[in-house]
Design a protein around this ligand. Structure first.
Ligand code: FAD
Ligand code: DLZ
Ligand code: SF4
Length: 518
């Protein structure tokens, strides 16, 4: 009787806890393409293609290495459509003495796994996902008794724990923990980002592209130009290119946005890290080496390391700490439907149109686009968190609920009531103008505050501040803004509010359900 080891679509790591220490002759690995996962939201076509192709490549590599892999394809005749259904069928086929599975990334799937001991007669062992640096128990211990879960404090704990960018006497390298002040360059002539490597679809990927077009043709997004890494070798090549060509300027330009230029100096590694093709700690060690070898400045390297051992680990801990409540939080009582243009890209707001174009073409947008353009608009316009959550989960190839939900609910929408962020990330057009070249050729004028031609972010900003005054006025990081508001004369304030109301009334809700099947 073998041990059955189910490996989920985002667990494609050779060093996965459930494989470690196992012998090839008494292990059957189970991988499952299932309809439930492909349709619980209507993922971007590139996202499904990426996951299926990476799963198929991973299975082939394991087989080449001598493992027994039972791979269930989406089109297999008796495919039950769910993880639990497929495990049940695999138990019939292999009669295992036990099942060893690693914790699922998403709550929904973990709940299903936790029911297996009641459903199946064999022993079930659920293992910690130790590809993350911070075990969930450690996060819980850190978070308990804190009102605000300040990421920066958590990050310092992770720096000490990993020893990354730490001196021998326990001080942060360079004397500071964080160099973000040097990381806010606007786009300028110094920028000349090289092209990132993309990977031509091979026969396996091509087959997945055809399957997805055929089966999920009505899902959002384009499959043209699919070039994501689908194996760990390709992902390593993508990482090599980042460390050779882009990390140097990663820091200074990490908040910059340029029309039509989608990657800039970002690593574009999130899809590979989240699938398990790259090890996050190793990437951070490589970044540190780039600094030590004089190839990249400290502000770039520290910024990159903070995104990974800080933000990425933090949001994962945050997700498990606050689930399942996090999903339904709506502290600002935002009730408006998501405007149709999030799906079609048809808007005269040039910043939003460009971010949505990149999202549709690449299943990717970089952080500041997700935060300060797409997210900021949803926050200011009071879009219902559920609809925003669904959108982000659908459209990005790197989106899994554990990372998407904290970023959307807590970081951009303040729907958690301020556990993650001490204030909402609300900004007027001025911020976007400073950090991008979007406004120059926009049909709206960023310097106009109200009226038909004013940048919509301007009146919406004040409308947001005004409607949430009760909650935000006492917030020491944002409260001062109300003295500016109060100093305006009554007519000007009314002008802002009227312009915003008009805009809000003009937002067309989506004419079809792009996110969920009926
Ligand atoms: P880089 O800019 O090169 O950053 C390096 C790495 O740091 C990323 O690959 C990622 O692993 C990590 N990272 C950076 N910021 C974050 C963050 N806020 N949370 C977690 N990890 C981070 N990232 C996802 O992986 N999946 C998501 O579903 C996702 N949804 C997001 C939704 C919103 C509203 C926002 C504001 C951010 C979201 N992010 C998400 C974080 C971030 O935008 C992406 O990780 C990043 O754009 C990926 O591109 P990159 O690999 O070039 O990142
Ligand atoms: C996102 C996704 C999709 C589209 N399809 C599958 C699949 O068919 N089989 C699979 O194992 N995983 C898939 N995934 C990723 C899972 O949703 C992911 O592993 C869980 O969200 C983790 O909890
Ligand atoms: Fe966006 Fe406003 Fe600038 Fe237009 S003017 S690109 S809407 S910020």
């Amino acid at each position: 009787q073998p041990i059955l080891v189910p490996i989920l679509g985002d667990q494609l790591s050779r060093d996965l806890a459930s494989l470690r220490g196992r012998t090839k002759d008494d292990t059957v690995i189970l991988m499952m393409e299932v309809r439930d996962e492909a349709t619980y939201v209507k993922h971007h076509k590139q996202k499904i293609t990426l996951i299926f192709s990476a799963m198929r490549h991973f299975a082939a590599e394991l087989e080449d290495a001598g493992w027994t892999v039972d791979y269930v394809k989406l089109t297999d005749e008796d495919n039950s459509g769910s993880f639990t259904g497929e495990v049940a069928r695999a138990i019939e086929r292999h009669d295992p003495r036990a099942i060893h599975v690693v914790d699922a990334g998403e709550w929904r799937v973990q709940q299903a796994i936790l029911e297996w001991p009641d459903k199946f007669a064999c022993e079930i062992e659920v293992l910690d996902d130790d590809r993350f640096i911070c075990p969930l128990s450690e996060f819980r211990e850190w978070a308990e008794d804190r009102d605000h879960l300040t990421m920066e404090h958590f990050y310092r704990q992770m720096r000490r724990k990993t020893g990354l960018l730490m001196t021998q006497d326990g001080k942060p390298t360079g004397g500071d923990w964080n160099y973000d002040k040097q990381n806010r360059e606007s786009p300028d002539d110094e920028m000349d980002p090289p092209e990132r490597p993309t990977f031509e679809p091979d026969a396996i990927t091509q087959e997945c592209i055809e399957l997805v077009e055929e089966t999920f043709g009505d899902h959002f997004g384009s499959l043209e130009g699919f070039g994501w890494p689908v194996t760990s070798d390709q992902a390593e090549k993508a990482a090599d290119a980042f460390f050779a060509e882009r990390i140097e300027k990663f820091g200074p330009y990490q908040d910059a946005m340029v029309h039509g230029q989608d990657d800039l100096y970002h690593s574009m590694l999130s899809t590979s890290i989240n699938l398990g093709l790259l090890d996050p700690l190793e990437l951070c060690q490589r970044a540190q080496k780039a600094y030590e070898g004089g190839k990249a400045p400290l502000n770039s390297v520290e910024g990159f390391i903070r995104q990974i051992i800080g933000w990425r680990e933090y949001v994962r801990g945050f997700y498990w700490y606050f689930m399942p409540d996090l999903e339904s939080r709506n502290a600002l009582n935002a009730q408006r439907g998501l405007p149709e243009f999030y799906w079609t890209g048809e808007t005269d707001m040039r910043c939003l149109a460009d971010c949505i174009r990149s999202t549709r073409e690449n299943a990717h947008a970089h952080h500041i686009q997700r935060l300060m353009v797409l997210g900021n608009f949803a926050l200011l316009a009071g879009i219902n968190p559920r609809e925003v959550q669904d959108w982000y989960l659908v459209v990005y190839a790197d989106a899994y609920e554990w990372v998407e939900l904290p970023n959307v609910s807590a970081m951009i929408l303040y729907a958690d009531g301020g556990k993650l962020a001490t204030k909402p990330y609300a900004a007027s057009g001025n911020y976007i103008n400073k950090m991008s070249d979007y406004c120059k050729e926009c049909r709206y004028s960023v310097s106009k505050k109200t009226g038909e031609d004013a940048c919509p972010f301007n009146p919406l900003y004040w409308h947001f501040m005004d409607r949430h005054r009760d909650r935000l006025e006492s917030n020491h990081r944002i409260g001062r803004i109300y003295s500016t508001w109060d100093r305006m004369d009554e007519a000007k304030r009314q002008d802002y509010l009227d312009s915003a109301e008009k805009l809000l009334d003009s937002l067309k809700p989506a004419s079809q359900d792009w996110a969920r099947n009926k």
